[in-house]
Every structure is written in C-alpha cells, then in structure tokens.
Ligand binder design. Structure first.
Ligand SMILES: CC(C)(COP(=O)(O)OP(=O)(O)OC[C@H]1O[C@@H](n2cnc3c(N)ncnc32)[C@H](O)[C@@H]1OP(=O)(O)O)[C@@H](O)C(=O)NCCC(=O)NCCS
Length: 321
C-alpha cells in the first residue's frame, strides 16, 4: 500500500507535518528526551530520571518504524527542524497512540492536539477505538487526551525494581516451574489468549517480539498443568530499555511467577513494571522484592472498550493497554 508522504493536519502558522522518516530518528530521540527532561524538571524537579543521554530514546522511533512503517508523524518548523513527534500503532482491534512529544519552546501551539486529531481521523477511517496510557503526574498530557474525549478506565502504578546481582532476596513463588520461554511460532496462540481475556488483539506485536530483530525481547508463557495458557509476559532486555510488559494473566499466581522469572534474568539491573492498582497482593509482593513506586498511569480509550478480564500489564514501548 502506498502511504501518503505528507499528512493533512490542522494548519499551525510556521509548522508543517509529515511522516517521520528514518533519517530523522536521531533527532526524534533527542526531541523525546529533551521534552521529557524539560517537562519533568520544570513541573516536578525530576528531569534527572531520564538520564543525561538521549541515546536510549532512539529505540522509540526504531521500534515503531519496524512495527508500523510510515505511521509515525512529525512536525517541523520553518527551518526544517523537528519540533514534534507522535507514534501511531494500528492493531487488529484498535489503534494505539505511543508517546507524543513537543519541543518545549513550541508548547501550547496545538502541535500535540494536531497529532491527536490525526490519530482520531485514522482510527475513524479504520473503524476502531483509540487506546493509550497517560501519566497522572502529567496534567498537560492527561488534559490533551481527556479534551479529545478519551475516557480513563484502569489505574496502574509504575514500580521500579533493582534486582540484586545475587537475585531477588525472596524465595521464588509457587508456579515458576510452569513458566517457559515462548517458541517463535506462538504469536497467534498468544494473541488469541489476550483477545479471549481483554478483547484486544495484536498478533503483529507478538510476532515482532518473538522475531526479536529490533530491541531485545523475551516472551514468557505460564501454562496450566493441562497445557492451557494462563499468562504471557514480554520483557525487554535491551540495555537502554528495562521494562516488563505487555502482559496478561488469568490469575495472580501466574502473574507473579511470570514476573519473578523475567526479573531473575535482570540481575544487577533496574526494571520498570506497570501493575494494576487493584491487584493489591501482586503490588505488595513486588514491594517485598524491593520495588518502589515511581509514577501513576491510567489507561484511556476513545471509543468502545470491550469487557475485560484478567490482569493486564501495559508498557510504553510499544505503547499498549
Ligand atoms: C504533553 C505535550 C505533548 C503537549 O504538547 P503541546 O503541543 O504543548 O499541546 P497542545 O498545544 O496541543 O495543547 C494540549 C491541549 O491540552 C490543554 N490543556 C493543557 N493543560 C490543561 C489543563 N490543566 N486543563 C485542561 N486542559 C489543558 C490545552 O488547552 C490544549 O487543548 P486545546 O487545544 O483544546 O486548547 C508536551 O507538553 C510534551 O511534549 N511534554 C513532554 C513529553 C510528554 O510528557 N508527553 C506525554 C506523555 S506520552
């Protein structure tokens, strides 16, 4: 399919919009890093949490380009300087919106709003709802989405855990023997499992994780004694991106065993995981492993949200909820 090279967005004086080309990926990484550092430093005095280097953020455009070539949108100023990026992620059942970032000196001019309008148009063309995860510490982004009509539904707490070099201090939970690494051919089975619980389907994402050519992913499966899947968890092993998710489990014991196995491979490293706040036992088990809260996020939908069961673990890359 021929993708439009230039997208039609609301006119903002001095700003033009186009597809984010791979030649602009390094600029996109620098922009994402700069905008996050600026926002978190000026509002919360927490800019340092994003580190001094923009290099880790190169993974964002690279992952989205591999998953959805031509679906990332960029804004440029009159001199051709990149001043905004937004990643769209169309799936079988919905369209995901990845990180939206705008150059601080261009904030408040409607650039993010234009990106979101584009996302809404795209979802409307496809006849699918839009889904995303937004920070509850960041009122600008929460407001951006709620003004567009996004409705919050599930609250998550971001837990950061530094796994000691000797491994987690607590004993392994029951069920770790039922966890294994997925084979490269299980994407369909995993996607069906998620669909049966959450009503969303994204087989391409699981094929991408299992193929493992951009980033560094491990896909873990928890099986019941009869061989039925009861949980799936993806973990990023990339040195620039230590995060658990996406994941889905039918019960807490499966979720805990999956997390323990994934964390055990991350000895000596820091990892972030988003856990539903209602899963109190799970959250407290992670506190017991040394986890600390670092942020709160909320999953939001624009359009219909199918009934959901099970325990879902979203991630920011690729954005999922
Ligand atoms: C969040 C961010 C993308 C917003 O970009 P922006 O281009 O300045 O946003 P816009 O100018 O399009 O304005 C956003 C909308 O939110 C509204 N808004 C902002 N704060 C608000 C508040 N407290 N209450 C209500 N509405 C608010 C604005 O009025 C505007 O709506 P409008 O166009 O209907 O008037 C930008 O601040 C940024 O890059 N932050 C750092 C990266 C980040 O945190 N990204 C989001 C997390 S993924």
């Amino acid at each position: 399919m021929d993708l439009p090279r230039y997208v039609d967005l609301v006119m903002i004086p001095g700003i033009s919009f186009s597809i984010l080309e791979p030649t602009a990926h390094a600029d996109a990484a620098a922009l994402i890093h700069r905008s996050l550092v600026h926002w978190y430093e000026t509002r919360l005095r927490q800019g340092a949490r994003f580190g001094e280097s923009c290099a880790p953020f190169l993974l964002f455009p690279q992952v989205y380009e591999a998953l959805d070539p031509g679906d990332s949108v960029a804004a440029f100023d009159q001199n051709g300087r990149l001043v905004g990026v937004c990643f769209l992620h169309p799936r079988e059942t919905h369209v995901g919106v990845g990180i939206v970032a705008v150059e601080p000196e261009f904030a408040g001019r409607g650039i993010a709003r234009s990106f979101l309008n584009r996302a809404v148009d795209r979802a409307r063309e496809l006849g699918k709802p839009l889904r995303l995860v937004s920070s509850l510490l960041n009122l600008e982004s929460f407001s951006l989405y709620s003004r567009m009509g996004f409705v919050p539904h599930t609250l998550y707490q971001d837990l950061f855990i530094e796994v000691p070099i000797t491994g987690l201090a607590s004993a392994s939970p029951p069920g770790v023997g039922q966890v294994r690494i997925a084979s490269p051919y299980e994407a369909r089975r995993i996607a069906d499992f998620e669909f049966s619980l959450q009503g969303i389907r994204r087989q391409k994402d699981f094929e991408f994780f299992l193929q493992n050519s951009v980033g560094a992913w491990t896909v873990w499966i928890f099986e019941e004694v009869g061989g039925e899947i009861a949980g799936v968890l993806v973990s990023s092993q990339h040195p620039d991106w230590g995060m658990l998710g996406p994941g889905i489990a039918t019960h807490q014991a499966a979720a805990l065993a999956l997390m323990w196995c994934a964390l055990d491979t991350r000895r000596g490293q820091g990892t972030v995981a988003l856990l539903p706040c209602v899963e109190s036992e799970l959250v407290r088990a992670l506190y017991g492993w040394g986890a600390r809260n670092i942020e709160l996020h909320v999953a939001q939908v624009l359009g219909e949200r199918p009934p959901a069961q099970g325990i879902a673990f979203p991630t920011f890359l690729p954005e999922s909820a």
